[in-house]
Design a protein around this ligand. Structure first.
Ligand code: ADP
Length: 327
């Protein structure tokens, strides 16, 4: 039997991503449209444990669709990892009468939601908000497109200076476990090599290519490296290459946190708005413990466990394209 949801809490949790605000706006406004009372839970699960919960109206989410970051703030909560912390969180939700939750975050936040909903009678709906696009069951995650575009803009600029000096640049982008930002930004900028955690790096092949370029005095070469690839990031790759080709001028550029910030792209705003709307529809329809994904441009509801158990795989098609286009 369906339990009618009357009060819904929304939170942003774990690593932030551009588009989280657009998503909060969509969740809140769709909820209010359906005569549901809406609450913002501040700083992710921390606000749930500490009762930092505020009532939200339509105006509370005005003028945020274009802003990066998250107005609800985010955090990582150690207390929520414990049964006592989650019990406290449940007590606080009950106090406000909240009987449905929307969690915008990555796979860690989904894991928290899954455990919480197995312990207590609060249906949870996840929305994938992460720049890494590392969640299985959805083609895109909120923030990925913006992060890639930020990386592309930066790498294009680096190519200008690399061309001017005929230099080798090693550029590190985010992605501790997933190479999607490196893969997409590397392909889009015509990088000569892309190093990602999902694929073993053939460093001897790269050294061979560079030695040949050195011989021809044609050294413009961009290597895009995901921070979690096997060498341990751009500095380590540079050190290794320098060790093997000591005469080579190598420059390293680590893009870092600029990839998390900035105004969300149109695509991320649309994705966030669409997913936010569907999260409320899910709760009204009595669904629980699923996350909203998009596959082949269609909305899918995927059990939270699947996002936790599986990682999104890098497609062989892209890897082949990289190999062909970079030669
Ligand atoms: P992300 O959602 O970006 O992957 P984290 O992995 O840091 O970020 O997870 C965000 C939060 O989710 C954690 O700080 C913690 O409060 C909660 N969480 C993660 N894993 C669990 C778990 N196994 N049990 C309970 N809560 C969890």
């Amino acid at each position: 039997m369906k339990n009618k949801v009357t009060k819904i809490g929304v939170l942003t949790s774990g690593g932030d991503s551009p588009g989280m605000n657009a998503c909060v706006r969509a969740v809140v406004r769709t909820g209010l449209y359906n005569n549901i009372e809406m609450f913002g839970i501040m700083r992710g699960y921390t606000g749930m444990v500490e009762d930092d919960i505020v009532k939200l109206e339509s105006r509370s989410v005005a003028n945020i669709i274009q802003r990066g970051g998250t107005v609800l703030k985010t955090s990582r909560s150690k207390e929520f990892l414990t049964p006592e912390g989650r019990k406290k969180a449940y007590g606080n939700l009950k106090k406000h009468g909240i009987n449905g939750l929307v969690i915008i975050g990555g796979d860690g936040s989904f894991r928290g939601a899954q455990i919480f909903s197995s312990e207590f009678d609060i249906p949870c709906i996840g929305l994938p908000g992460t720049i890494d696009k590392d969640i299985a069951g959805t083609d895109f995650t909120i923030g990925f497109d913006t992060a890639v575009n930020t990386a592309v803009e930066a790498i294009d600029k680096i190519r200008d200076t690399a061309e001017a000096h005929d230099r080798l640049f090693i550029i590190e982008v985010m992605g501790r476990d997933a190479g999607y930002i490196a893969l997409h930004s590397g392909i889009a900028t015509g990088a000569e090599n892309i190093l990602i955690p999902e694929k073993k790096t053939d460093i001897e092949n790269i050294i061979g290519q560079l030695a040949e370029k050195e011989r021809r005095h044609k050294l413009v070469n961009l290597i895009v490296v995901a921070e979690g690839e096997e060498f341990g990031g751009a500095d380590e790759v540079a050190k290794y290459i320098k060790g093997r080709l000591p005469l080579l001028e190598v420059r390293v550029c680590i893009l870092g946190h600029i990839q998390r910030g900035g105004a969300p792209s149109c695509m991320d705003r649309l994705l966030a708005s669409r997913m936010g709307y569907h999260a409320i529809e899910c709760l009204i329809d009595g669904r629980h413990n699923v996350f909203v994904g998009v596959v082949n441009n269609k909305i899918n509801y995927i059990p939270l466990d699947e996002a936790i158990k599986k990682k999104q795989k890098v497609s062989e098609e892209w890897l082949k394209i990289v190999k062909i286009l970079a030669t």
